[in-house]
Write a protein that binds this ligand. Structure first.
Ligand SMILES: [Fe+2]
Ligand SMILES: [Fe+2]
Length: 396
């Protein structure tokens, strides 16, 4: 078992970190890659917008998820919980206890690599783990690496590998924090991490969640869901935009509805209920008991009351069940969600064809498929879906 240990302040985690992690995981064929956010000594005065320990943990967790390797990547928060200063030697000793017999690889950038012999207990570090050093810029050539590699091998018997990062992103977290405070720098961040920064108003950002630009709304929505759902949300947005043009709905409005439609998908049952209760969303007993139905209700509530988008409320509210007497926007989101390019089921091509020729029939077909699925799985059908079928699905 090969485990990569990638420590850093990750304040914030950016695309450079992810490119390095991806390259190291591939080159070393790691079984696990754990990000280890560093503990920060308690400061008396921190500038406003400095992330808390929990916020840094949330950011690195979101970033790690973006690698889409859930079996491999993870976040290990051991240093965040340690009293006093954190030392790499202690972290590696703990890793050796936690994963006995594993081959540990310590991942680090050039700056770290060139000073590792000056850290506390370098002999302990280099006996517990091998080192994988990656260049952060094209200047980090073999000429820079080689003398240090030779020195560490000779002095400590260290095993060292160097990686050049193909999709190099040259940015430091310090510089990035300055940029973010000026409303720049988003191109260096995964969208979901940037969205979290906006949501939590970190680094001097002070976004008004009710007046987000379309791109900021995407980022914020993506920060709330697991990365594996992003392809579906993007697919739904593009499909909804296309159907808006086809059927004469407002494209901007349909994009916003699609961006937000699944934003609460990964909340817990209690969180769904708390949101619906807080904003007065009426729930029937079946909805109250079913997360798959609840996420449409809680998502609609956030769209309206947190993001200020009254005009997408109904489309999000009915995107899972459909209903009789739907508006054009409701029909478009329901259908787009059903048939976006990542969907794959026997009748999807027929549904796509119908969506371009007769939107009502497309909704009816969706309702019929949903009814059949409920029967097959012996689940209770929601009365709104039956209503949609009776309204649009006859003969489909
Ligand atoms: Fe959904
Ligand atoms: Fe969806």
């Amino acid at each position: 078992m090969k485990i990569g240990i990638y420590g850093g302040s990750f304040n914030p985690p950016h695309l450079g970190h992810l490119a390095a992690a991806r390259a190291a995981a591939a080159l070393l064929e790691l079984d696990r890659l754990v990000f280890v956010p560093a503990g920060v000594p308690p400061h008396k005065e921190l500038p406003p917008g400095t992330p808390t320990r929990d916020q840094r943990l949330a950011m690195i967790s979101i970033a790690a998820d973006q690698l889409l390797m859930p079996e491999v990547t993870g976040v290990w928060d051991t240093e965040l919980h340690r009293e006093g200063r954190s030392y790499t030697a202690d972290t590696l000793a703990e890793a050796a206890r936690q994963w006995p017999g594993a081959e540990l690889w310590l991942l680090m950038g050039t700056d770290m690599f060139l000073t590792v012999h000056q850290w506390r207990e370098p002999e302990k570090i280099l006996s517990l783990a091998n080192v994988c050093a990656f260049g952060r810029s094209t200047a980090d050539s073999e000429a820079v690496f080689a003398p240090q590699r030779d020195h560490l091998s000779r002095a400590y018997g260290a095993k060292i590998t160097t990686v050049s990062i193909p999709d190099l992103v040259e940015i430091s977290s310090t510089r990035l924090r300055e940029l973010i405070g000026r409303g720049e720098g988003r191109e260096f961040l995964p969208q979901a991490v940037y969205g979290y920064i906006l949501r939590e108003k970190l680094y001097g950002t002070n976004a008004d969640l009710k007046r987000l630009s379309m791109e900021d709304l995407r980022c914020v929505s993506y920060s709330m869901v697991q990365a594996r759902r992003l392809a579906h949300i993007r697919g739904t947005e593009e499909t909804a935009a296309r159907l808006a043009l086809r059927w004469g709905a407002d494209e901007d409005r349909m994009r916003r509805a699609a961006i937000l439609h699944d934003c609460t998908k990964y909340l817990s049952h209690e969180e769904h209920l708390a949101i619906c209760d807080q904003y007065g969303v009426a729930l029937d007993p079946l909805e109250r008991a079913t997360d798959k139905l609840l996420h449409a209700k809680s998502g609609a509530a956030l769209a309206k009351y947190v993001f200020g988008m009254d005009d997408v409320y109904d489309a999000v509210l009915y995107h899972t069940t459909a209903r009789a007497g739907m508006s054009l926007e409701e029909k478009i989101l329901y259908t787009a969600d059903y048939m976006e390019p990542n969907r794959d089921f026997p009748e999807v091509e027929e549904l796509r064809r119908l969506a371009d020729s007769d939107l009502d029939k497309a909704v009816g077909m969706g309702a019929r498929l949903a009814m059949e699925e409920m029967v097959q799985r012996d689940k209770e059908l929601h009365h709104d879906t039956r209503g949609a079928y009776e309204c649009y699905g006859k003969g489909i």
